[in-house]
Design a protein around this ligand. Structure first.
Ligand SMILES: Nc1ncnc2c1ncn2[C@@H]1O[C@H](COP(=O)(O)OP(=O)(O)OP(=O)(O)O)[C@@H](O)[C@H]1O
Length: 309
């Protein structure tokens, strides 16, 4: 069972007698409680795809199903969708969080009473009760973002679209958004996340789909993607500098000393030999040298590779 099924989406724009193939062929599926990070360089087709999923623009070809129904044929499908698109523009700035929640709740088909009750629950859950009567424009950027999340969840959708949810937020507000995303998922909602902040994608996503020039080039579980690019080398950090004699011996067995106290062991079978050579220099840590998502993303984009499960 999927919360989102998008098949073979295509969208072409016409501008000044030019045809722009924004999305050539995109298929995405998301399970309940899954976070899919949808990544790609500028202009790759992310926003166009998300707008087709949200029912905001019609695809030229392909289909979208949210919890089994197509928002382009049946607008009731949007009852299962919440969205925080392009920052926090889905709010009325002069209204308070409470009023925003009630207004958007009613717009989503709730009764006033249901909207009020659901709004209060969300304000409580997101730690915003004390600000419920303050106009949104007077709240901090991080709090405004929390209100935007609450508004998107007022009708308890099964799928939440998050477009750059941490853009322009400071470190603490960014941490709060991460906590919020985890909490929303734990409560049963699936998330389609786009972001250019790859550490956020790495931390929050279960799966990653990369779009390039309108097509999905990579789609894999996040950890699998990271493992695939990480190889099997180890990084050893010592407490004190390694002396020149040891460095010479280490290099004869292929270990790379990159700073006076950091060594990479490319061949894991030499790990214990390296440790013997280092003995008795105190160790600070030993870890598998994992690639991070930023390195992987840049490599995939530069080489134009296709990697799928
Ligand atoms: N309304 C439009 N009219 C014409 N061309 C458009 C329109 N919207 C997007 N495009 C073009 O379609 C392509 C894909 O754009 P899209 O905004 O979907 O990419 P994106 O991956 O979201 O990029 P970014 O990361 O920069 O937001 C780009 O070449 C863009 O210039």
């Amino acid at each position: 069972m999927y919360v989102l099924e998008a098949y073979n989406l295509k969208k072409t724009y016409r501008q000044n007698n030019q045809i722009i193939e924004a999305v050539k062929n995109v298929s995405l599926a998301i399970h309940p409680k899954e976070v899919l990070a949808f990544l790609g360089p500028n202009g790759a087709g992310k926003t166009t795809t998300i707008k087709m999923i949200a029912g905001l623009i019609h695809p030229d070809r392909g289909s979208v199903k949210i919890a089994g129904s197509d928002p382009h044929r049946n607008s009731a499908a949007l009852q299962n969708l919440g969205a925080v698109l392009e920052g926090n523009r889905n709010l009325y700035w002069r209204l308070t969080p409470e009023e925003n929640l009630e207004y958007f709740g009613v717009l989503k088909g709730l009764t006033r009473q249901q909207a009020r009750r659901s709004g209060m629950e969300l304000l409580e859950r997101f730690g915003l009760m004390h600000k419920r009567l303050t106009p949104v424009q007077q709240l901090s950027r991080g709090m405004q973002q929390k209100v935007a999340f609450a508004v998107a969840l007022i009708h308890q959708p099964q799928l939440l679209l998050l477009d750059e949810p941490t853009l322009g937020l400071d470190v603490e507000a960014t941490e709060n958004v991460k906590v919020l995303v985890r909490e929303i998922v734990a409560n049963g909602c699936a998330i389609l996340l786009t972001t250019h902040q790859l550490t956020i994608a790495e931390e929050l996503s279960d799966r990653i789909a990369i779009i390039q020039k309108g097509e999905i080039s990579t789609q894999l579980p996040t950890q699998q993607l990271i493992r695939k690019f990480s190889g099997s080398s180890y990084k050893i950090e010592t407490e004190t500098a390694i002396d020149a004699r040891r460095i010479e011996v280490l290099e004869t067995i292929g270990a790379k000393v990159v700073e006076s106290n950091i060594i990479y062991v490319e061949h894991p079978e030499f790990l214990y030999k390296v440790l013997e050579i280092l003995n008795p220099i105190p160790l600070h840590r030993i870890e598998k040298a994992e690639a991070d998502l930023t390195q992987i993303f840049l490599k995939l984009i530069r080489e134009g590779n296709n990697i799928n499960a």
